[in-house]
Write a protein that binds this ligand. Structure first.
Ligand code: AKG
Ligand code: FE2
Length: 473
């Protein structure tokens, strides 16, 4: 049986994007070396041309006269037989080009490109950023040392246009147009069509989609106005969703319920008490600090390459649509030392049983990656085929990295936002005592703006707890 190979893309994992950056290194090295050898070749070829000082003999008569001289005839024959193929293979020998060909074969495809645009679009929308700020590297108050170029503004503009987001598209076309006006760069002119005129046209069409032909002069004027002043929405801007508001930090600050050292859940904790914080009582959600060590994080992630991880999709969860979300590696075995240690730590923290298999998921998010709202429960009633596996009673979520900007885990139904903090862990019950899904545990992950978001996750299965904890209250 032939297994269908899923094409891995780079965008949904920062780790994988790091590999792409490595490929770019090689590409540029070969390009540099190609230019160097091209210079050398041109020099050599010029010298050769000089040395042969070939004269074109236009008339048949003079050509015949030339080869009637036996030394000329020998020379011609030898040159044609020996030299020409050599020069040709000298010209054609392009080792660097062949290497670059191989690299291009590993380049991101159109799906990948689209995924990247989705990530950028998400960052702009979720955090309500101004296109102008974003293009200038100012994202949600953070000034990056990067600016977007005209081709980048343009590809995002076309993407917005294709989503029928015409005001946002117009904004990005205007930025493209402005960028193209910068001191004219011959490389840009050669490679990055369309030209300014075409961009202006697309700007106007975007405006006309929502406006009226009677105002065309106003739209034209908008194009030359200060792009720092946002364009007016000609159709009302859609209201922010609950999740978007949560991601912007609009939920009220969470009250601190209980914060204490836990010495008691298991004997182990008497030796190594845990800083634990109850962040919600219904559903029950606990936050723990400093439960993962740097060395463990490194062991878990450093050697995990793109080839070892698989594309994670949302369809294992109670989401509405199937989406690519992140890269994940699930360790199915019964435990290498580290996996076992971590799972034992989860048992210590929770006082629950962790099952025979470690089944730890190591997850890396990508460019503007998010996780739409979902519950981790599988809802056995709605999906009776899952009855044998049982439901996921508890979710353990270890944050393996800090995320400087964006990337919070949010529980929109209870107004709760948790910003990842390296070494902390979140732990909650997904189902009620009667195994009904606890819908208030539905959660989402905000798009990462900046940072490399790594988490470690494990579900504790309900069946495994049969004799430990029938009820959690
Ligand atoms: O990454 C997170 O913060 C949450 C991940 C999650 O919800 C899941 O894996 O089910
Ligand atoms: Fe989840």
């Amino acid at each position: 049986e032939e297994k269908k190979k899923i094409v891995l893309i780079y965008t949904t994992s920062i780790r994988a994007l790091g590999e792409l950056r490595e490929i770019e290194n090689s590409y540029m090295e070969h390009l540099t070396s190609y230019v160097r050898s091209l210079h050398k070749k041109v020099d050599t070829l010029k010298k050769y041309l000089c040395s042969v000082a070939h004269v074109n003999l236009d008339r048949l008569e003079s050509r015949v006269q030339y080869v009637a001289n036996p030394l000329n005839a020998l020379g011609l024959l030898r040159r044609a037989h020996e030299d020409w193929p050599k020069w040709l293979s000298y010209i054609k020998d392009q080792e660097d080009v062949e290497k670059m060909d191989k690299l291009v074969a590993q380049m991101p495809n159109a799906v990948d490109m689209n995924e990247a645009l989705m990530g950028l679009e998400r960052i702009e929308r979720f955090y309500d950023l101004k296109a102008f700020d974003m293009a200038n590297g100012l994202v949600a108050g953070l000034q990056l040392d990067t600016r977007m170029t005209a081709p980048e503004c343009l590809i995002l503009a076309d993407f917005m246009y294709n989503r029928s987001e015409y005001t946002r598209a117009a904004e990005w076309y205007r930025l493209t147009w402005n960028n193209l006006q910068l001191p004219l760069n011959p490389v840009a002119r050669e490679f990055y069509r369309p030209n300014q005129e075409e961009v202006r046209k697309r700007f106007l069409i975007s405006r006309l989609h929502e406006g009226s032909i009677d105002h065309i002069n106003e739209y034209l004027a908008e194009l030359s106005q200060d792009p720092a002043i946002p364009l007016v929405y000609l159709k009302p801007k859609p209201a922010a969703t609950l999740i978007e508001r949560g991601c912007r930090g609009d939920f009220p600050p969470r009250p601190m319920l209980v914060c204490r050292y836990n010495h008691t859940t298991t004997p182990f904790l008497r030796l190594a008490p845990l800083k634990e914080e109850e962040v919600s009582r219904d559903p029950l959600i606990w936050l723990y600090h400093d439960v993962l060590y740097d060395s463990e994080f490194e062991q878990l992630t450093v050697n995990l390459t793109r080839a070892e991880m698989v594309q994670g999709y949302t369809d294992n969860y109670t989401t509405t649509e199937k989406e690519r979300i992140f890269y994940v590696n699930i360790f199915e075995g019964s435990g290498e030392k580290l996996d076992r240690d971590l799972v034992n730590r989860m048992a210590d923290i929770s006082g629950l049983l962790t099952g025979e298999h470690t089944q730890l998921g190591t997850v890396n998010y990508g460019l503007g990656s998010h996780f739409p709202e979902h519950g981790d429960y599988s809802d056995i009633k709605a999906n009776p085929e899952l009855v044998e596996e049982g439901d996921r009673l508890v979710t353990f979520l270890f944050y393996m990295t800090d995320v400087p900007l964006g990337g919070a885990t949010i529980f929109p139904k209870i107004n709760l936002t948790i910003q990842p903090k390296k070494g902390s862990a979140l732990f909650w019950y997904n189902i009620h005592n009667d195994w009904e899904p606890h819908v208030l545990t539905r959660h989402a992950v905000c798009p990462t703006i900046e940072g490399n978001r790594w988490i470690l996750t494990k579900s504790l299965m309900a069946y495994d707890q049969m004799f430990v904890k029938l009820c959690y209250k």
